[in-house]
Design a protein around this ligand. Structure first.
Ligand code: UDP
Ligand code: MG
Length: 315
């Protein structure tokens, strides 16, 4: 019997978990031809999330959990899930039921047909603001123009991954992660299935705009170094303009014999060039920061407990 691991990162999800467990239990009752493992990654929750998970595990041995030593963020929680998953395929899913578990049978069907990465694509997003929808669309567009790896549109992390995709993803150990681009980067046979994204069942979203902006910048800089090329693109016309202006000034001086009152032009030029320099510094700093973080070579996360067993962090 093939084993399916459902990975669920959870951060302060005590309100959602009962609904989630019920839906998953019903689903697992229906699908008899697979063995299931539900792997919760408790991302340093401050509420009763871990207690609930432990309670479920007492009655249902299909449930396992990884408990982080603190909050590391969803991206890291997902890679931990991939590290600890034991299934022949995994399904990544949010705890708040925004990803309907009812899509899982369809995902499994395509997996059996030989697809390695079956991802859920949103037809609509209920309960999300216009601004969030608009910015996310714009972001996809920008990311796609900056890179030549194909990026799946309107896709979150809800997907089924074959074991070989999991093994591939486990090899990508950078600390500032953007899973979306990693799923694209690994390639393999992909298949989209369409669905309507539901609003979350309970509790509140852990995202705010600052987090989203950070994720967006991480996404771009982890995926491509083409922003570095902006410096070249800006520098070329700048130098042409500089050259032309220089010739013009010299020629005018020679022909008319009038010395130009140039202080205004100088101020403008200074503003212009310092502006460019600040921008370029920012971009270089962006990558420098990434190099700094990667060279520290720290473990991506620290585990407090895996299925009741204390993690000792030995070599
Ligand atoms: N999550 C997490 N760590 C965090 C923030 C969120 O593991 O620091 C989990 C959260 O429990 C949920 C999923 O990531 O299962 C998606 O989070 P959320 O619903 O808050 O994000 P949204 O759906 O609004 O983008
Ligand atoms: Mg959500």
């Amino acid at each position: 019997m093939k084993k399916v691991t459902i990975i669920i990162p959870a951060y302060n999800e005590q309100e959602s978990l009962p609904f989630l467990y019920e839906r998953l239990e019903n689903l697992m009752k229906e699908i008899k031809q697979y063995e299931f493992e539900i792997l919760f990654v408790n991302d340093g929750s401050k509420d009763k999330t871990l207690e609930l998970i432990k309670q479920y595990r007492k009655e249902d041995k299909r449930i396992s959990y990884v408990d982080f030593s603190r909050n590391f963020g969803k991206e890291i929680a997902m890679i931990a899930g991939l590290d600890y998953a034991t299934g022949d395929c995994v399904i990544l899913m949010d705890a708040d039921l925004q990803d309907p578990p009812e899509l899982i049978p369809e995902m499994l069907k395509y997996w059996e047909e030989g697809y390695d990465d079956v991802y859920a694509q949103r037809k609509s997003r209920k309960g999300e603001t216009f601004l969030k929808k608009f910015t996310s669309k714009l972001y996809y567009r920008i990311l796609q123009t900056l890179t030549n790896v194909e990026i799946q549109k309107d896709t979150g992390d809800f997907r089924l991954l074959d074991r070989r995709c999991v093994n591939a993803l486990k090899k990508l150990r950078e600390s500032q992660r953007c899973s979306k681009s990693m799923f694209s980067w690994i390639g393999y046979k992909k298949k989209a299935i369409l669905y309507d994204r539901d609003p979350r069942v309970a509790g509140r979203t852990k995202w705010n705009y600052m987090k989203l902006v950070n994720l967006a910048i991480d996404g771009i800089t982890s995926f491509t170094t083409s922003p570095l090329r902006i410096s070249t693109y800006i520098a070329i016309p700048t130098f042409i303009a500089l050259f032309v202006y220089f010739i013009y000034v010299i020629a005018k001086c020679c022909i008319t014999g009038i010395i130009i009152q140039a202080y205004q032009a100088i101020i403008l030029l200074i503003l212009f060039f310092s502006g460019i320099q600040i921008l370029l510094f920012g971009i270089v700093g962006e990558y420098l920061g990434r190099i700094f973080n990667e060279t520290k070579n720290r473990p991506l996360y620290l585990v407090n407990e895996y299925n009741e067993k204390k993690e000792m962090n030995e070599l």
